[in-house]
Design a protein around this ligand. Structure first.
Ligand code: HEM
Length: 117
């Protein structure tokens, strides 16, 4: 059970890497764009995160406040990507505030995961 949980954490990290990596590629190339890869990463991180939100394969109490905040941040990222895709379709680019918020909120969720114990 514990090993299975570690595998799900691994999948969760792949989702994070895909989402954040896709965002960094756009940021480094100075393109304010949202891409399909970001959606895939968010989906993988979200599904694996929900599976990890239940207390299985662990012997300690879970921090539900932290998990709840991570879920709210994930929903906010999803909303921003959705709004960004709409704007991109209309204007060809995403407003910088939306683009930077996606990256910052993704980094924030990873920071909450590793710093808040
Ligand atoms: C963009 C969204 C997210 C990012 C970037 C993210 C990032 C991370 C990272 C980097 C870890 C590894 C921390 C460590 O092992 O020290 C982690 C663990 C975890 N995440 Fe997320 N996460 C996201 C969304 C979510 C969501 C939506 C949930 C649940 C509703 C969630 C629940 C968890 C749980 C429970 C763990 C701990 C797993 C364990 O050690 O058993 N995450 N997350």
């Amino acid at each position: 059970m514990e090993t299975l949980r570690h595998v799900v954490v691994f999948i969760h990290l792949i989702g994070f890497a895909v989402l954040f990596g896709a965002w960094v590629v756009e940021a480094v190339n100075r393109r304010y764009q949202v891409t399909r890869l970001m959606n895939y990463g968010l989906l993988i991180a979200g599904v694996a995160g929900l599976a990890l939100a239940a207390p299985w394969g662990i012997e300690y109490d879970m921090n539900y406040m932290k998990i709840g905040i991570k879920l709210v941040v994930l929903i906010a990222i999803g909303a921003l990507i959705g709004i960004g895709m709409g704007r991109q379709r209309k204007h060809g680019t995403v407003p910088p505030a939306i683009f930077w918020s996606i990256g910052l909120l993704t980094a924030l969720n990873a920071a909450i995961a590793v710093i808040w114990r």
